[in-house]
Structure formats: C-alpha cells, structure tokens
Design a protein around this ligand. Structure first.
Ligand SMILES: [Zn+2]
Ligand SMILES: [Zn+2]
Length: 102
C-alpha cells in the first residue's frame, strides 16, 4: 500500500493552448500533448486533492534511463515543481527543445 495512485483518464480542454485533449487510454492523461502544459491539481498522482489549480508550465525535460522523458513543471501560481512522465503522443519537437535546455 503506501503509495497512492488513482487513475483518472479523461478528456479536457487545455487552458494554455485551447486544444481539446483526447483520452490517452493506457494511463491517465495528465498534461496537454500539444503544448505540454498541465494543471496543479494533484497532491499524489491523479488524486485531484490539490486546491492550487494553477497552470503548470513545462520548464525542462529530463531523459530518465528507466522512465524515458520526464517533463519538469513549475506552477505559475504557487511556484511548486512537479514532474510528469511524457506520453507516447506528446509533441516530440517541444520535448526535444526542452531537453536541450538543461
Ligand atoms: Zn495545450
Ligand atoms: Zn500551484
């Protein structure tokens, strides 16, 4: 037990670029696959318990040997740093651009 993980996979409209984001299918969709922005809504992944609701801005991407691409976010409202695994259909050009930054 220990680690909380709730799977919520749902469609949403991205608050940064306005694109309609489809369900991901294999895991929970937690960010926009066009501009990579996410929202500060989780304390533990998928729990939607966070009350901040600020926009999470992708500031860089790390390449993890096990997880693959991991997007590092900073919340535009409270400044919290969050990390999310990139999805299969994410905007690869943007991921590569953000990877080159570190
Ligand atoms: Zn977007
Ligand atoms: Zn926040």
């Amino acid at each position: 037990m220990g680690r909380k993980f709730t799977k919520i996979d749902e469609e949403f409209i991205c608050e940064n670029c306005g694109e309609k984001i489809e369900k991901l299918g294999y895991t929970c969709r937690d960010h926009c696959n066009h501009c990579l922005y996410s929202k500060h809504v989780d304390i533990n992944p998928g729990d939607r318990e966070e009350t901040c609701h600020g926009l999470l801005e992708p500031i860089m991407v790390e390449l993890d040997s096990k997880k693959g691409y991991v997007i590092v976010y900073r919340c535009q409202k409270c400044g919290a740093i969050r990390k999310n695994k990139a999805a299969d259909d994410d905007n690869m050009d943007l991921i590569i651009k953000l990877t080159a930054r570190n």
